[in-house]
Design a protein around this ligand. Sequence first.
Ligand code: COA
Length: 385
Amino acid sequence: MTAEGLEGVVVAETRLSDVDGERGRLVIRGHDVEELAERADFEAACVLLWTGELPRQIAHADVRGPIAHADVRGANAHEDMRRELGRARVRAFARLPALGDAFETGDGMEALRAALSHLRASEIPESRLGTELTAAVAVFAAAWARKLRGSVPVAPDPELGHAADYLRMASSHGSDPARSRALDAYLVTAMDHGMNASTFTARVVASTDSDTVSAVVAALGALKGPRHGGAPGPVLAMLDAIGEPGHAAAWIAAELAAGRRIMGMGHRVYRVRDPRAAVLERAVERLRATGLRSDRLDLARAVERVAVASLGERRPERRMAANVEFYTAVLLDAIGLPQELFSPTFAVARVAGWLAHIAEQRESSRIIRPSSHYVGPPPETHAAA
Ligand code: COA
């Protein structure tokens, strides 16, 4: 019996996250994703993911300067993470001149893969591997995007929170508190999600006792694919191609008739709407309430309704609904990130999850090595001469 696509196969026990596909629930280290995205910024969620403790937050990501309430219990962990990530962003920026031709490509995931490959795990103290890699993904992605548009990279501001600083470095619109908070909501929502393809890849590499940089680079390769992290760019292109709600039904019918998939729809595990879609949809709504225009939100909602209905008619036995990528596209667009940065920004978030899984995998001494069922020809029988 083969388990095609390893569907339903349990390959690890994990304390990190749990995906309930029937009920549409995602729990990250004991916290529902909706609650976590509400309470935690990226730094706090990293502390949770990497240590199991959600620290008290003492300042939001966009607040500068000394932390006012460092005596609050647990606040130091948040402050330390913020400081460490800030310093690591500065160090990552200093590496840019040594990255050779890594950014000579129009594909951000290719650029990230090449740039991260320059890091050497043996040269980074073990205790700093997490923050160095997490910071490097953000700094390299932002620098590549600047270069693509013919401008010079913007140096990090270590005083800022990770989300605010990434937005400042990557977007030509800079950052502001409302957009930084929306990006924080995205980063927290997207940072971990059970045994997804890139996380599995990271764990396979870690199980061979290979180094953490190699595991992260391999995971990035898996994330790059359009069936995984490559979907939000095409979702935005789809919304643009549809243009207005009234055109959605005909457009989707034509795509399905041509045998193409509707991006941002369907999921291996969820049989209901991905809970992360709702978190991101709410974050965009909040942005709108602050006065930011997002014309695409109403269009996206209309397209979602039509797509769910059309897919349901075609495959009533396999319920398909919007996945995280659908509203990722709307949110990242609303905060001013260009489409070519959508997948790299997914990596900015998910690297935190990979690192947690790599560390957890290292607790096991067994290599991940499944079996295959041979269906090729039998060995030729050579008649003795
Ligand atoms: N649009 C149209 N049809 C879809 C579809 C979509 N988005 N997603 C799945 N299907 C169909 C497939 O064509 C297949 O039909 P078939 O049996 O007639 O060939 C069937 O549903 C099962 O697809 P399968 O690829 O086996 O499902 P999966 O569970 O392995 O795949 C995804 C899950 C996410 C890869 C898949 O739903 C997809 O490609 N979605 C679009 C890309 C996307 O949004 N990715 C981001 C994921 S977070």
